[in-house]
Design a protein around this ligand. Sequence first.
Ligand code: ADP
Length: 187
Amino acid sequence: MRIVLMGPPGAGKGTQAVGLAAALGVPHISTGDIFRSNVSGGTKLGQLAKTFMDAGEYVPDTVTNDMVRDRISQQDALEGFVLDGYPRTVAQVIELDNMLATQGHLVDSVIELEVDKKAVVERLLQRAAEQNRMDDSKEVLEHRLGVYAEQTAPLITAYQARGLLRSINGMGSVDQVKQRLLAAVGL
Ligand code: ADP
């Protein structure tokens, strides 16, 4: 199972992706997590990514694509994965298709978490306070939502046109959403 989980910032993708990956027995691959661990590890990649992340911008595709190509070629991901935070641009969609094609694979399913915009903003501001994330401050957050609407939301329509999209109601408790997700992948 090669699954892409989509949704705006604050939709609860990260939390749900972990649960879904565990239920499917495949790795959870989060580009945001990989970037953040590089930032805290002080790597070159982290230093580069940090400027973009703190400003609420996407890290350039060239950097992100190489990172994902490398990760999904690792042994544990060969049988499947739950991708969280990638693809986020039309160019990344094409890259992901190319990466999988070299393995003889395709994206099996794209799941969109649909959430109420107001609730999302509240969640993110709360997380900013709790985790001290620079990219969740009010101004940066507004910018991130704009970038999402402009660059990432169109991917939903594109995947829908390919017949890969399933939209799930992302409102409710973590467990409720999890049940809906599991049902969507036939578990
Ligand atoms: P959230 O789930 O809150 O939207 P993530 O943790 O997925 O945020 O990502 C945090 C930041 O990492 C993004 O705002 C962006 O700067 C960078 N990032 C993550 N994934 C990608 C990607 N696929 N392409 C470009 N930048 C990315």
